[in-house]
Design a binder for this molecule. Structure first.
Ligand code: MG
Length: 515
């Protein structure tokens, strides 16, 4: 798409126009269990999940970053629970998000890929209707539900957030780097791989690397989708290209507006920020503001957003009746160098099953209910479904792989999660039990060292004594290795691995690519 056309589109969408592109006969209310609308005296808590993209374990002041200033998130961390050992279920976007929303391991739901790691534009599939999301579960309890930000679970109409329990959504349907200008698209890149055209593919990746390092609006044409579930069907619209410098500002404005509109009824607000995923964009006010460069600017704008949402909850008088969770979808994208974050003292980053890939900076905040504390029990984004439903008094049976953390949040017990599996695609690479972690396979992120290595004798690390995973102590603790192997065998017996949905697109492309 050329520059002229892009400007024309931007101009057209300066008007508050929403174009209805689909309107289904499957009405918006058909999936909701039309429970009575919440009453003013409803004491059930509101739920706000703030979810950064590719924010590393070491990228917040409260998690040790010396230069990026995040005073608003830090104050939530100081007044609430700061969790040191909180995990996502996958080291990349789409499966991590699926696990948060469903409480299920991606291998169980099929929401993963072994060749195609995340969803791309033009995806015919997406989150299956058979999966129950936290938004659907809360909607069936009478909650107002809204999402402002990145989806990444399919861009086909049937897969959009409003078809999965959100009353309203505004956001980019996938990563903000997936609509390249003058670069091969997903199908073209896959065909280059399938036909062995590695030189052309390498040249495309080199050009793209330079564009990530100098992100200009002219290089990317990300769409901003608008979608509402109405009694008459779904109303969808799109603004493309959207101005990425405004993504954090606009999502925040919409969230604040939603809080003001919903204060008389329990609500669920899901805020999956498009940032700090590359290409990095921030509004003028945040340009050159951080000592941490463009990446720092972008994180500081997210911190501003968290503060604005906190203030809106306070102004609406619902702060003490709202659970706020802040976390990230996976570790930092180290390939992006200065445009990516850091995992602090943890090893490696996004894409890997080292701690830096899947352990994320996490805060639970609920003034008057959650007391200030640093928690080193194990928790997972997969547990949010079960935890929230326990607090709300609803059913979490579909959340097969989550546990209820509510007693730990309320200071009444320990976390019931003592184990954590580490999957990369459909393969179990490592397993944690208590402070111990056993690696079966180690591998760097895509294209980065260390090379993939299957360990005939699994590597054992004690994460409390050695959080950076430097010291393999398997030979000193054979009894721990034996116990963990039995635990892993029991895990594998419990979990049936569904076929990878993300790879389904590959079969069609392989057929087309045949000479
Ligand atoms: Mg991500």
């Amino acid at each position: 798409m050329g520059g002229k056309f892009r400007k024309a589109l931007v101009g057209a969408f300066l008007l508050p126009v929403i174009v209805a592109v689909t309107s289904g006969c499957d009405t918006a209310s058909s999936k909701s269990n039309a429970q009575a609308e919440g009453s003013n005296k409803d004491s059930r808590p509101n739920v706000v999940i703030l979810f950064a993209d590719d924010l590393g374990y070491g990228d917040l002041g409260s998690f040790g970053h010396p230069y990026i200033r995040t005073p608003r998130i830090d104050s939530l961390a100081a007044e609430g629970q700061r969790w040191t050992d909180f995990y996502v279920a996958a080291p990349v976007c789409s499966p991590s998000r699926a696990a948060l929303l469903t409480g299920r391991l991606p291998v169980r739901s099929g929401l993963y890929g072994n060749s195609i790691r995340v969803y791309f534009p033009g995806e015919p599939g997406g989150l299956p209707q058979g999966e129950t999301t936290l938004a659907e579960a809360l909607k069936s309890q009478g909650y107002a539900t809204a999402m402002f930000g990145k989806w990444h679970l399919g861009d086909a109409p049937h897969a959009l957030p409003t078809r999965h329990g959100f009353d309203e959504w505004e956001g980019v349907p996938y990563s903000n780097d997936m609509n390249w200008v003058d670069e091969p698209d997903f199908d073209a890149l896959v065909k280059m791989s399938l036909t062995g055209d590695t030189a052309q593919r390498a040249a495309a990746y080199a050009r793209r690397a330079a564009k990530y390092a100098n992100p200009l609006a002219a290089h990317f044409e990300a769409p901003l989708f608008f979608s509402k579930a109405t009694p008459d069907g779904f109303v969808d619209g799109v603004e493309q290209p959207t101005d990425q410098t405004q993504l954090t500002q606009r999502a925040t404005e919409s969230a604040v507006d939603f809080i003001r509109r919903s204060a008389d009824r329990p609500f669920f607000l899901y805020m999956p920020y498009s940032m700090p995923h590359t290409p990095l964009f921030r509004s003028d006010e945040f340009v050159d503001r951080s000592l941490g460069g463009r990446y720092g600017d972008v994180v500081e704008e997210i911190d501003w957003s968290v503060g604005a949402i906190h203030d809106a909850l306070a102004e609406a008088g619902v702060l003490e009746n709202t659970l706020v969770v802040f976390t990230s979808d996976n570790g930092p994208w180290l390939f992006m160098r200065e445009e990516g974050g850091v995992s602090g003292l943890l090893r490696d980053g996004k894409g890997t099953t080292f701690e830096g890939g899947v352990r994320v900076p996490t805060v639970f905040y609920w003034p008057g209910t959650i007391a200030a504390e640093v928690v080193s029990d194990i928790g997972s984004a997969m547990d949010l479904f079960s935890t929230v439903m326990a607090l709300v008094g609803g059913d979490a049976q579909s959340a097969t792989d989550g546990v209820d953390l509510s007693s730990r949040l309320l200071g009444q017990g320990v976390s019931p999660r003592v184990e954590m599996p580490y999957y990369r695609g459909g393969t179990l690479y490592a397993y944690r039990k208590g402070p111990w972690k056993l690696h079966f396979i180690t591998e760097g992120a895509y294209g980065l060292p260390p090379k993939r290595q299957e360990h005939d004798s699994p590597q054992l690390y004690h994460l409390h004594r050695d959080p950076a995973e430097r010291l393999n102590v398997a030979s000193q603790h054979p009894e721990v290795v034996a116990d963990m192997l039995a635990t892993v065998a029991a895990h594998k017996a419990r979990v049936s691995v569904a076929p990878p949905l993300f790879d389904a697109r590959l079969a069609a492309l392989m057929t087309q690519a045949k000479p």
